[in-house]
Design a protein around this ligand. Structure first.
Ligand code: GRF
Length: 210
């Protein structure tokens, strides 16, 4: 069974969705860089080990990442899930977990990498928006996209309503992508190629909510 660690900084609603999904992998631990993160309570309620590694207590990004890396090795982790983890990871850490680390981003990547995605979508006047689960690579929000949730933007939407609606989709597409990794439907090969059902994945599997 695949052993999973989830890295969090905040509310952890995506962590909750992963817990509730009864994945065929096992969530063996949750790491938070913030002691006050509500995600820690969610993990404890589910009987999952938690560790707080406060970035502020380390002299450098590399030193903080090294401690996380050691904890992941100690837990014998196969897959690292970033679920609202608000720290940029060092290239060394990303390389160590390449092909074994996924993230969810609130936009239809490659559109709107970075922050404030909902506001930027509204300013541009896009009619479609959503979220993307992707493998993590050294370049920000640029790894192979696995699943996407797509919704249509209403003229009544604000950044807040969009954030809420995208969150609903996140809770659908994140557990699905993770389950596909756990059961081998999605494979990351050593040469960097990603397979879906044994064939090269050329674009993410989309779930639409129109
Ligand atoms: C989500 O919006 C996700 O897209 C982003 O961070 C947020 C995490 O929310 N990466 P939660 O802590 O899972 O509720």
């Amino acid at each position: 069974m695949i052993k999973i660690a989830v890295l969090v900084s905040g509310s952890g609603s995506n962590l909750q969705a992963l817990i509730d999904a009864n994945l065929s992998g096992e969530i063996v631990g949750v790491i938070s860089n913030r002691p006050e993160a509500y995600a820690l309570q969610r993990a404890e309620q589910a009987g999952i080990q938690t560790t707080v590694i406060e970035h502020k207590q380390y002299p450098s990004r590399q030193a903080f990442d090294d401690v996380m890396h050691q904890q992941l090795l100690e837990w014998n982790v196969d897959l690292v899930i970033l679920a609202g983890f608000m720290r940029i990871l060092s290239p060394e850490f990303v390389q160590a977990w390449e092909g074994k680390m996924v993230n969810i981003h609130p936009s239809l990547l490659p559109a709107y990498k970075g922050m404030h995605t909902h506001l930027r979508v509204l300013k541009t006047g896009d009619t479609l928006h959503g979220c993307t689960v992707h493998f993590v690579t050294a370049e920000l929000d640029a790894g192979q996209a696995l699943t996407q949730g797509v919704l249509s933007v209403s003229h009544k939407d604000t950044a807040e309503t969009l954030a809420e609606r995208v969150h609903v989709l996140e809770h659908l597409i994140y557990p699905q992508a993770v389950e596909w990794i756990c059961n081998g439907t999605i494979q990351h090969l050593n040469n960097g190629q990603v397979l879906y059902k044994g064939q090269p994945l050329t674009r993410p599997v989309q779930f639409c909510n129109f």
